[in-house]
Design a protein around this ligand. Structure first.
Ligand SMILES: C[S@@+](CC[C@H](N)C(=O)[O-])C[C@H]1O[C@@H](n2cnc3c(N)ncnc32)[C@H](O)[C@@H]1O
Length: 303
């Protein structure tokens, strides 16, 4: 399929997204209002910023003190992808929340699945990802469409995918269980759902207000503040066979250190108000980490 035909296909999927904007039940309205807020949060300032800018969105997995942020991002993707039994030339992957697309290029170049379709709800991310994919000459293998992870069963047919993956998108989803349910609907028998995201190491107790404040600043619905076992239970209830791994030790402290050095560049990318917001979130995350409250999980669910 030519690149232009692919974009035409994306445009029709965009029309579907527009249809969702017209539905009128109150749950959907609440979800859409939240998703518009998330898209505005990520879209801020992007028009000013070059495609080539070295800008990571994941928290990163920091294997050594000398890791750059780009290396830490790649480590995080590898940590998830290598446990998913991807088969070169065969696997069909739906990647929910791929951000600005570097993750998709990494996934293709390292694991060579047959096809990857990204679904992200920030329009600027969709445009930039498809540009990056075209620049790498990979538009025959990878495409990104606009939509919500909670609705992927409406975008893809039953048993479309061998894998559904999501790196740090689930904690911002309003209706996260709907994402799990719709992922199951589009997975083939034996298919795999792979997620990595923030979880709690333990019930937050007195730290709850701090955790809620950080979550709110980060556009995470408070119902997504769960311990890893609670998170896994939501998947088990839907029939997934689940394994989880806690890796927060190699995420939060080095991420907060790296992020604190980015204040100036954040002002350039996002403007002063959002850069100050990031600095505040960073302080909250560092505190939550030192208290032993916040964790980070790699979660694999098999159907
Ligand atoms: C922290 S970024 C992660 C980006 C990417 N996975 C990476 O590792 O670089 C979160 C992404 O999730 C997307 N997102 C949040 N909620 C979503 C949803 N319900 N459906 C699809 N994408 C979503 C945002 O637009 C953003 O691109």
């Amino acid at each position: 399929m030519s690149a232009s035909a692919r974009f035409a296909c994306s445009a029709s999927k965009y029309a579907l997204f527009q249809d969702w904007l017209n539905v009128s039940d109150s749950n959907t309205e609440t979800r859409l209002a939240h998703e518009r807020g998330v898209a505005a949060f990520y879209g801020t300032g992007l028009d000013r910023v070059d495609d080539d800018l070295n800008w990571e969105l994941t928290y990163g997995l920091w294997r050594s003190a000398s890791d750059t942020y780009a290396q830490a991002a790649a480590n995080m993707w590898d940590e998830l992808f290598r446990g998913l039994s991807l088969v070169p030339g065969e696997s069909v992957v739906v990647d929910v929340a791929p951000g600005m697309g570097k993750e998709l290029i990494h996934l293709y170049e390292k694991f060579r699945p047959k096809r990857i379709v990204g679904v992200d709800l920030t329009p600027q991310h969709v445009v930039r990802s498809n540009r990056l994919i075209a620049k790498h000459g990979l538009s025959e293998h990878i495409e990104v469409i606009l939509g919500s992870g909670t609705q992927i069963d409406k975008l893809f047919g039953k048993e479309f995918a061998t894998h559904v993956i999501c790196v740090e998108g689930t904690s911002q989803m309003k209706g996260r269980v709907e994402f799990f349910r719709s992922a199951k609907a589009i997975l083939r028998p034996g298919g795999v759902l792979g997620i990595c995201d923030a979880t709690l190491r333990r019930p937050p107790g007195a730290w709850l207000p701090l955790v809620q404040l950080a979550a709110r600043a980060w556009k995470m619905p408070s119902e997504n503040i769960l311990t890893a076992p609670e998170f896994a239970a939501q998947l088990r209830d839907l029939g997934f066979n689940v394994t989880t791994q806690e890796i927060g030790d190699r995420v939060w402290a080095p991420y907060c250190r790296a992020k604190s050095k980015e204040f100036r560049s954040d002002i350039g990318r996002r403007g002063l108000a959002q850069a100050m917001g990031f600095a505040l979130i960073n302080q909250l995350l560092a505190l939550a980490d030192r208290s032993g409250t916040i964790g980070y999980s790699v979660v694999v669910g098999k159907t």
